[in-house]
Each structure stands twice: as structure tokens, then as C-alpha cells.
Design a protein around this ligand. Sequence first.
Ligand code: TAP
Length: 482
Amino acid sequence: MAKFEYAPAPESRAVVDLAPSYGLFINGEFTESQGGSAFKTVNPATEEVLSEVTDASAADVDRAVAAARRAYNGVWGRMSGADRGKYLFRIARILQERAREFAVLETLDNGKPIKESRDVDVPLAAAHFFYHAGWADKLEYAGLGTNPRAHGVVGQVIPWNFPLLMLAWKIAPALATGNTVVLKPAETTPLTALLFADVVQQADLPPGVVNIVTGAGGTGQAIVDHPDIDKLAFTGSTGVGKMIARSIAGTRKKATLELGGKAANIIFEDAAIDQAVEGIVNGIFFNQGHVCCAGSRLLVQENIAEDVERRLKRRLQTLRVGDPLDKNTDVGAINSKAQLSRITELTDAGEAEGAERWDNGCELPAKGFWFRPTVFTGVSQGHRIAQEEIFGPVLSVLTFRTPQEAVAKANNTPYGLSAGVWTEKGSRILWMADQLRAGVVWANTFNKFDPTSPFGGYKESGYGREGGRHGLSAYVTTESNG
Ligand code: TAP
């Protein structure tokens, strides 16, 4: 299939106003660090330094937690749900009004294509605030238990793959339920969280209700270890999730952990193949494959495997890889040099273990961090590329003969975050959904998100849910659950 040639259609970055450096957002204002240092955040598509941000110290985290505690005791914890809801509606509307600014900034700092930040990340972030705004005055009717009450001060640590969206998943339910927040964005993508601090000011939120502390793992650990944190919400790798679970064991802190995944995307012989191919592409090449619920293991019924592989490879040759700010771009930059090395290491291991490697042969920009959309065939279950999360644009293809075999292979992973099933048979969809040990099962689609729908994992993909009523329940105590 020939690739159409388009003239470049770059989105202007003029809408973004970057400061040369940023402090920490504590108690409603930007402040200097006490004893912290600074680090640079770069555009992964060009390696251009965008700005300098603060690596917050434990003393800074302590100040942020103290501000959050004062705000909880003094104003936010006492405010009526209806009044909290008004603030959340206001934040949602400001996010919509400033959508372009957020989308361009997210693309600059993360490397994701502008069409994804513009059409997915930012609208979904606003939708999370709208949805939770609606719950703020109806918590008693949400089926959470008797007299739902906030925990108090919540510590939140998020990853780099959906920076603003993960912030919204964390902050919206926390505020709706009456908690105050100390949030740390990932080291490589702090800028939209800092712009969100500006939104917090614009919405006139009482000082201390939302505090943003930038930094690396040490800052995250200081939040986890802080004695005055009542609840932790973490999204990130299973390795760090396990460390957090160990750190808080034996304390009174509550926690939800949203961790890694190695999802199976399962194609039966009766599926609509062209739609399934689109679903495979969306499943693993959306957001460069930096998606915890990515369909990174393709399980295809054996008798259609050749046909699916042929159509998939033809389709992948039409993907546009390059400048993330170009509105035609399908696949952007890998978020960091470190992540690129991890993808390279795991794909080299795939080749060394005997799987067959193919990529779409596209040209890559000379600067920045890039990886071609890659497919491995002849993958067996023991291969590292079938077991470990690659978190990049790399698909491992396995085959199966019967539904039972598909289930056994899909569940043969330490993870259990998501899965996809492609078949024309409704009864098979229901049977598969019942057998698959995954928090989300998509049928004849993939990577669909909605604030009303709970999202979360089984096994080493973590515990707790985000979104929907289930997500709210993690942010309250009730007379029944203490
Ligand atoms: P991590 O290295 O785990 O980082 C996640 C966050 O934790 C970052 O803010 C990180 O700071 C911080 N952190 C690192 N060490 C810490 C420590 N000892 N204590 C407290 N916080 C610490 O993961 P990542 O590389 O950013 O993200 C990729 C992983 O996240 C993948 O495994 C992916 O599957 C998972 N993920 C899961 C989900 C859901 S919803 N289940 C969603 C997105 C991503 P630094 O940035 O400074 O390292």
C-alpha cells in the first residue's frame, strides 16, 4: 500500500509560554525549594531543553503536606459537596478553554503526537473533572457505604506516559470526595502538571488544596514515607509499586496501585479482519506503545495468522513516524533516552532468543529518541518479549488453535490489566471475558477509556480501581469499611 504524501502541517507552539525555570506549587503559590536542586526537562523529539524544574527535597514535601493538612482541616474538608463540585466544574471548563495550550505543551514535553494529546489526553482529562464534579454532592447515593468521608491528605505519584490525564485521574476523585492533594509528576514530564497549577490559581481553589511538587524517585519516596499522608495513589511500574507496598506495610496508610501490564489482544478466525487490524495498530502503536494496558501480545487463531500478519505489516507501512507537532503524525518520539535503551535491550533479547523481527523501515529523524514500529513473529511464551513489559511500539505475535488455548496463553503472565477479544460471536465474547484475568476486557475494540468506567488490574498490575463509582470508593472511608 503506497503511503500518501502530505505537506507538513505543524501545530504552532506559540500558544505555549514557557518559563526558563519553575519552583514548587505549595499552598497556592509557586515557591523556591528548601535544599532541593534543579533538573532540565527536554523535548524528546529534538533533545531541546524546554525548561528547568525543581527536584523537591524532603523538606519541600513536608511543607506541601503541611499546606494540604491545613487546607483539609480549615476549609476543604468542611466544605459542602455542592461547593466542591463548583470548583471541579470550573477546573473542567478552564481545561477545555486552554485545551490547545495543554495539548501543545504535552506534546513538547512527552513526544506524543499532537493529534493524540489534542483528541485524547486533554478532552479525557476535562471529562474526568466534569464527571467527578457531578459526584461531589451525591456521594451518599453512590453506594459506597454509610456516611462516606474523605481520608484527609492524599499523596499521588504519576508516570510520564499520560502526564495530564493521569493527574486528572488522581486529582479529580480526590477533590470530589473532599481530600486535599500533594502530587508528584514524573521526572521527564513535569510541565503540564505545573501548568495545571496555574489552572488551580485561575479557578481560585483555596490555597493548599492542590500542591504540585516536581522531582525524581526520591521526591516520590518522601511523599510515600511522610507520616501525615493518609492515602497514597500511585501509577507506575510494578517494581516501584512493590517498593511502595513494602514501605507502607504496617502503617495506617491506604493505597491504590496502578501498575504495569502485558495485555493479550486476541483475534478469532471469525473476526472482521480489517477492523481487527486497526484495533491491533491502535492497541500497541497508540502513544508509541507507552500504555500500561497496550495490546502488546497479539494472539491470533492459527488458520488466519498469515493473513493477519500480511495485512498488519502492509498497514504499518502507512504509519507516519516523526515530528509530534505535525498534525499528520501517527507515532511520535520515545519519551526518554532511558526508555529507548530499555526498548532496545528487550527487542535485542527477542532476536537473540529466536523470534523473527520486522519493522516498517520508516525514516527516523536524526535528533531525538525514536523507535520504528516493530513486530516479532514466531514468539513463544517463554521469550522475554512475551513476558516482560516493553512499553514501546513493539508487538509480539503468538498463535492459538482453540478458545481454551487462547485463554491459557492470555492469562500466562504475572500481569492482568487488560485484554481484547475480536470475534463476531457474542457468546464467545462473554465466555472469554469471564475467563480472562484482566481488569478491563474490550470486545471488538481496544484502548477505549471513559471516566464512568472503572480501570485497574489483577495480580501484579496492582489493586484498586480508578474511574466510576469504584474509583470514588478508594478516596473515602465509611462507617462500614472504617
Ligand atoms: P516508575 O519508574 O514506576 O515511575 C512512576 C512514578 O514513580 C514517577 O513519578 C517516578 O519518578 C516515581 N518513583 C520512582 N521511584 C519511586 C520511589 N522509590 N518511590 C516513590 N515514587 C517513585 O514508572 P514509569 O517509568 O514512570 O512508568 C512506566 C510504568 O508505569 C510502566 O510499567 C507502566 O505500565 C506503568 N503504568 C501503569 C499505568 C496503570 S493505570 N496501571 C498507567 C501508566 C503507566 P521519576 O519519574 O522521577 O522516576
